[in-house]
Design a protein around this ligand. Structure first.
Ligand SMILES: [Zn+2]
Length: 145
């Protein structure tokens, strides 16, 4: 058994990978989200996601929110440039890792757990966050970050 998730080393990408596979069960049904593949440029110790705005638009979430999630999961600083639509992370990661973190975001903050639809939005009321499904009307509280 692994201990608390809060105490692990977030730079351990092996751990991140195992977590992704653990938490996302294979899903035979539900709507496929054809997320654009992250276009990655690595400069020194930084990673730039060129098409970050496009990805966020596909998720129907504010780039700033998605950016915050990526930064948290990758233990990275992040800087979103609304002019170019690019996100700069302060860690070196592959497109595959970025994609896996985005998949976790979709699972927890985009996809309706009741019907599998991705036509959802987040309602944030202070400390309470609700994932509201526009397809079936289900409301699910999700963990704020
Ligand atoms: Zn639903």
């Amino acid at each position: 058994m692994s201990g608390s998730e809060e105490s692990h080393d977030l730079t351990d990408y092996e751990w991140l990978l195992s977590r992704v596979y653990e938490k996302i069960p294979p899903r035979g049904s539900g709507v496929t989200l054809d997320l654009p593949e992250p276009q990655i440029i690595r400069v020194g110790t930084q990673t730039i996601i060129k098409n970050f705005r496009e990805i966020s638009q596909r998720l129907k979430r504010e780039p700033e929110l998605v950016s915050r999630y990526l930064a948290k999961e990758l233990a990275s600083a992040s800087s979103y440039d609304s002019g170019s639509g690019q996100l700069t992370l302060s860690v070196k990661v592959s497109g595959k890792i970025v994609r896996q973190v985005l998949d976790m975001f979709v699972k927890d903050y985009v996809r309706c757990p009741t019907c599998g639809s991705i036509d959802t939005h987040l309602e944030r009321k202070g400390k309470v966050w609700l994932l509201v499904c526009e397809a079936c009307g289900a409301e699910q509280s999700v963990k704020p970050f």
